[in-house]
Design a protein around this ligand. Structure first.
Ligand code: PMP
Length: 461
């Protein structure tokens, strides 16, 4: 049998991939025709593919490689932990040092009384935990009818049956029988696409007040929690108007609705603070974490839970958990990642150096004829492509057609930018330097210019 390594020709790797590998969120038939791009190694913010291209990864993988690629310290820690204790579980009244140390570190980093961690293997699993935990919490408090979780259209909370139901992606709900019962979705604070003639702040307030209307319609005695990303990521990096979050917090407080902040993208420095909740000025009862927790070097997620909720849950057995909850190798890697973020002042780098530098350059992209609004918080940004900035019009072509063309131009120019419909988004490694930001912006601008020319050629403008 052929040994499959980096040294095989790209076409051979692509053929084997097409024959046996089912890719997530992909039309695999189409991909098989085209051939997947084969990434062979990475260092810092740069990926290398099997053809030797050096690509600036402005998405940090899937929003996760916060400290950049190729950090030996994490490899060393993983190897050490694998030799010492590669696996043990945290069920049946046992524990181990990596899980203890990571939980204690997260309690120290998290705001307020978020001092308790339930580990999972991913963000999806952690949000599944949250669904069960908040419902069980209210049942334990003698209010079992409080079982509805309110979320938002176009939110992303994961891909499992539970977390996919929490999310508000209609394409996901259309497949596989989602959502599960007792999940309710309100509208998102996406002013560019849905704000009409309102000014952004008035619109933000109105969208937040939909939470209050939903609570009143569903009944306060039926609603367990509200979940949201501090800044919507996969929905297109939708930065809410400043009026939005304070109003949400007011409503959650008024009706005693638990607030779950899904920090899977925003956590661990991405918004210029340790957590997006701090940037947005909110006080969650639970935070979902994953991705930047280990900078993607090992699969790990979790829920950081308030003393109040953890105290109630502790009174009985919570019939929930995963084989890999608190996996020792993943926990050790996460801990080392947090040490690096802290000691190398990565959050400060985002807040004081790379963030302000990128913000200035990113916002200037709105001068491009194809770009409407340009939004950015810390190291997550988006631009809305439009044929008419004044009217915020959508393209006549099917939504996403232009975004896809732009993304393909980016790929050709060795830049990974993602498109969500006709919004282009970035979420680079947090350690990106100002010089690398210049390269990112230069490649993005070139790609926008080429996209603009192609749209004119094809009569799409
Ligand atoms: N929540 C948010 C906000 C996310 O962005 C994601 C992943 N993109 C998830 C949850 C799900 O995480 P995972 O893919 O690790 O299950």
């Amino acid at each position: 049998m052929t040994v499959i390594t980096n040294h095989l020709p790209t076409e051979e790797l692509q053929a084997l991939d097409a024959a046996h590998h089912m890719h997530p969120f992909t039309a695999n038939g189409g991909l098989a025709q085209k051939g997947a791009r084969v990434i062979t190694r990475a260092s810092g913010v740069t990926l290398t593919d099997s053809e030797g291209h050096e690509i600036l990864d402005a998405m940090a993988g899937l929003w996760c490689v916060n400290i950049g690629y190729g950090r030996d310290e994490l490899a060393e820690v993983a190897a050490r932990q694998m030799r010492e204790l590669p696996y043990y579980n945290t069920f049946f009244q046992t524990t181990h040092v990596p899980a203890i140390a990571l939980a204690a570190k997260l309690a120290e980093l998290a705001p307020g009384d978020l001092n308790n961690v339930f580990f999972a293997g991913s963000g999806s699993e952690a949000n599944d935990t949250n669904i069960r935990m908040v419902r069980h919490y209210w049942a334990m408090k003698g209010k079992p009818t409080k079982s509805i979780l309110i979320s938002r259209k176009n939110a992303y909370h994961g891909s499992s049956v539970g977390s996919g139901s929490l999310g508000g992606m209609s394409g996901m709900h259309a497949q596989g029988g989602l959502p599960i019962p007792d999940i309710h979705h309100i509208n998102q604070p996406n002013w560019w696409a849905e704000g009409g003639d309102h000014d952004p702040e008035e619109f933000g307030l109105a969208r937040a007040q939909e939470l209050e209307q939903a609570i009143l319609e569903l009944g306060e005695d039926r609603v367990a929690a509200f979940i949201a990303e501090p800044v919507q990521g996969a929905g297109g990096v939708i930065v809410p108007p400043a009026s939005y979050w304070p109003e949400i917090q007011r409503i959650c407080d008024k009706y005693e609705i638990l607030l779950i902040a899904d920090e899977v993208i925003c956590g661990f420095g991405r918004t210029g603070n340790w957590f997006g909740s701090e940037t947005m000025g909110i006080r969650p009862d639970i935070m979902t974490i994953a991705k930047g927790l280990s900078s993607g070097y090992a699969p790990i997620g979790g829920s950081i839970v308030s003393d109040e909720i953890a105290g109630v849950i502790a009174q009985d057995e919570f019939n929930h958990g995963y084989t890999y909850s608190g996996h020792p190798v993943a926990a050790a890697v996460a801990l080392e990642n947090l040490r690096i973020i802290e000691e190398e002042k990565v959050v400060e780098h985002v807040r004081d150096v790379a963030g302000p530098y990128l913000k200035e350059k990113w916002e200037a992209l709105s001068d491009h004829p194809l770009v409407g609004e340009a939004k950015i918080v810390g190291m997550m940004g988006s631009i809305a492509l439009t044929p008419n900035k004044e009217t915020r019009a959508a393209f006549a072509a099917e939504a996403g057609t232009v975004g896809f063309i732009c993304r393909e131009r980016c790929f050709a120019n060795n830049l990974v930018m993602r498109h969500v419909g006709d919004r282009m988004i970035i979420s680079p490694p947090l350690v990106i330097t100002c010089e690398e930001i210049d390269t990112l912006i230069a490649r993005a601008t070139k790609s926008l210019d080429e996209c603009y020319a192609e749209l004119k050629d094809q009569g799409l403008l």
